[in-house]
Ligand binder design. Sequence first.
Ligand SMILES: [Cu+2]
Length: 426
Amino acid sequence: MSLITAYFVFLCLYLDNAYAGKKHYDRESRYMPPNTSNYCYYPERKIYDWELTPIEYCKRPCDGKPKLCHITLYIEQFTTYGVACLGCPEIMENCFKYGCISANGYPRAIISINRQMPGPQIEICQNDTLVVDVVNIMHESTTTIHWHGLRQMDGNQYYDGVPYITQCPIPPGNKFRYIFKVTECGTFWYHSHTGMQRLDGLLGALIVRCIFEPLKYLYDFDNISILIIDWTLHPARTLVSGFTIHKQNLSPETILINGRAPHYNESSQKYLPVTVFNVQHGKRYRIRIIGTCSYTCAYAIQIESHPVTIITLDGGHKIKPIGCDTVIVNAAERFDVILHANQSSDRVYLVLVEGVGNCKNVKSYAVLRYNNKTVNFKETELKYRTMFPLKYNRVRILHSFKLAMLLKQLVLRQDLKKKKQRIFVL
Ligand SMILES: [Cu+2]
């Protein structure tokens, strides 16, 4: 009897190995994560069920107890300044309605995530396991999501989001589950890695807080992210078709800060709301600046009357804190800075962004206010028009930029130490 049992066990093991071997060399399975089967179905569309997505579930002080964070991202063809914005800006609250992506005040085909642009900010702790169901409800495009800055190690390579390399692109009407443990911490972001979908808004912030944060003593709050999105009035595919060397200086039309840019609506003589950041007087804020931009230009960022201190670069790379007035951000770079809210709380301040080089005519702003002070968007708009070009040494910037390209940060930081006004280029 025991001989028969032993024979049966060996037979099972043999068949299992043979199957695993076959699977390993199977051409199709190269693109599939282990333990999944090919599936193709149209997801059940419970319209608006993303409103119930517990995106806040993992946002917490990091105590070293890892969580499993399961969220769903619905990727959809959508529009800016669409029906949900009806009445905006005459009826100001409509500009903040769910599904209203006011952008720069013009309707434009985009790709939204859960009807938001940028997509929902994912906030987790180091060592959490992220489970993201990406549901493609676009009609005609495939998609993938790349988690920018995260090294997908230890079997996570299937979830890096590079179509045809690490996964099959997700066809319309299908979903794909990304599942990986996040062992790094810092400021990251996610975006489509398919075609030019990133230029159409398929992006969002991914904040991974450290279990042990040695720079915690430098700030009181960690709740502000600034996403710089370069924006055009036309969808990306219409811009790049026939792209030739003659069009290499292609520049965006405006810059969205967290999805909003200034705009004057002539028919109603009203001003579109821009993004407003609120601070409490006397407190110090960790601000995560993310270059969610796509063009070749860099962008200069200044927060009026508020020099900042840079503490980390590109995720969790900590540097010796360095003060500066202007931060220059290129596509995909991240800067974590400290802002001390120590100015007069009687007025509002502008967060100014301006293109560098070929994009020097592109500018935008957001508002920094103290203690929930009411913002008059007409006043801020009039002030904003007087504030450009930004004051910083452009020659030095370009010079520094070349240096940075050659020698990365070392020489540049030495150079900055000698100057009165500090500009930071990565
Ligand atoms: Cu990226």
